[in-house]
Write a protein that binds this ligand. Structure first.
Ligand SMILES: [Mn+2]
Length: 336
C-alpha cells in the first residue's frame, strides 16, 4: 500500500485550518473503530484542537480499559451532546466505517453536518459522495493500522506516544484475531513491531482483551455450542442463534456474544459460519468464512449488510424462526 503524499498534505492542511474536530465511530463499536478514534483524538489534542469522539452506543466491557475511553460521548446516554459535537464540528472524521448509515442513530446529524468530511477506513465501497477526502484501503488489516501509516508518514509522527500506540495496537490485534487473519502482508507485522517500540506491552494487552471474559459470556458460549449450534456438514456451514430471552438471561450487555461466531467457523470442514442474535426490533447477524466464500456479498444480497470478504454483518426484520428458515434455505443452495 502506498499512501498518496498529496492526500496526506491535504489532510494536514484540513486539520491545521480546523478548530473543532469530531471523530465518529460505528455502531456496535469494536476495538478498531474506538482504538483508531482515540489515537487520532490524542494527536489532535496535542495540537490544541477541540476534539470530541462520538459513538452510537456503549463499547463492550472488554474495551472499557482502553486509554481515554471515558472521553467518548455515547449517543444512547448523551444524545444531545453527540448531536452538538457533530453539528458544531468544522472537520468530521469517519473512523472504520464507510457510510453515515453505519452510525445508526448518529446518521441523521452526520448528514446535516456542513463540516469537511474525511474517511479513514478499510471497508469496501465507501460512500464517495459523502466524503471530501478519503483514505480507503480495503486491503489493510484494520483502520488502526491505516491510521498508523498516515501518522507515521506525515508531520503527525512526532505526536505518536505509548497511549496512541496502545490504542492502535488493540485495533490491529483484534481485527486480525490476534494476528491470525487479514495479516498476510508483512507491513502489518512491521507496524506491530513499531508499536512495540513505542512501548506497547503485548501480553498485557492481549490478556486484558481476550482473557477477561465475564462468567455470563462464558456461560452463553457454552449454551450456544451445546444447544444452539446448527451444523450442515455437507454444505460446510454452521450457525448459532440466540433468542432475546436467552440473551437477557445472561444480562444482554454490549459484547456478550462478541466472537462466538468464530467457534462455529472453527469446526473442521466448515467454511461459512453465522451468529444470529434477537434484538428488540430485528435479528442481528454476523457472518464469517474461510477461503473463497465471500460473506460481504452474501450479507449484501440477503441480509441488508456487508463488510469484508471473510467477515461481515447483516440484519433481518423477520422473526428469529423465519430468519433461521431463510438462512437454512440459502445454506441448502450452497456449493462451497
Ligand atoms: Mn476495522
Amino acid at each position: 500500500m502506498t499512501l498518496d503524499k498529496n492526500k496526506i498534505l491535504e489532510l494536514e492542511q484540513m486539520i491545521a485550518k480546523a478548530e473543532k474536530i469530531t471523530l465518529c465511530t460505528h455502531t456496535s463499536p469494536d476495538a478498531d473503530t474506538i482504538g483508531s478514534a482515540l489515537a487520532l483524538q490524542n494527536v489532535l489534542l496535542q495540537m490544541n484542537k477541540k476534539v470530541k469522539v462520538v459513538c452510537p452506543n456503549v463499547a463492550p466491557d472488554f474495551l472499557s480499559w482502553m486509554p481515554s475511553v471515558d472521553s467518548i460521548l455515547v449517543h444512547d446516554m448523551q444524545g444531545k451532546a453527540v448531536h452538538e459535537a457533530v453539528l458544531e464540528a468544522d472537520l468530521l472524521f469517519a473512523m472504520d466505517f464507510n457510510a453515515p448509515h453505519r452510525t445508526a442513530n448518529v446518521e441523521k446529524v452526520m448528514k446535516e453536518s456542513t463540516a469537511t468530511k474525511v474517511l479513514i477506513d478499510h471497508h469496501l465501497f465507501p460512500d464517495e459522495d459523502y466524503f471530501d477526502l478519503m483514505f480507503s484501503f480495503p486491503e489493510k488489516s484494520s483502520t488502526s493500522e491505516l491510521l498508523f501509516d498516515i501518522l507515521y508518514n506525515s508531520n503527525f509522527k512526532k505526536y505518536i506516544n505509548k497511549e496512541i500506540a496502545t490504542n492502535i495496537f488493540v485495533g490491529l490485534m483484534t481485527d486480525t484475531g490476534s494476528f491470525a487473519y487479514s495479516c498476510d502482508q508483512p507491513e502489518t507485522f512491521e507496524t506491530a513491531a513499531k508499536l512495540i517500540r513505542y512501548g506497547v506491552k503485548v501480553k498485557e494487552t492481549h490478556d486484558i482483551v481476550f482473557n477477561n471474559n465475564s462468567i455470563d459470556r462464558l456461560r452463553i458460549l457454552g449454551l450456544g455450542i451445546n444447544d444452539n449450534l446448527h451444523v450442515f456438514a455437507d454444505k460446510k456451514a454452521a450457525y448459532i442463534a440466540f433468542s432475546a430471552e436467552e440473551l437477557n438471561q445472561f444480562g444482554d450487555k454490549e459484547g456478550l456474544t462478541e466472537g462466538i461466531v468464530n467457534y462455529a467457523l472453527s469446526i473442521k470442514g466448515i467454511c461459512f459460519a453465522a451468529l444470529l442474535t434477537e434484538k428488540d426490533d430485528k435479528i442481528k447477524m454476523s457472518f464469517r468464512s474461510k477461503k473463497d466464500f465471500n460473506v460481504n456479498e452474501f450479507a449484501r444480497n440477503n441480509f441488508e449488510g456487508g463488510g469484508h470478504h471473510n467477515a461481515a454483518g447483516g440484519k433481518s426484520f423477520l422473526s428469529l424462526k423465519d430468519t433461521q428458515a431463510k438462512l437454512e434455505k440459502l445454506i441448502s443452495e450452497f456449493d462451497i
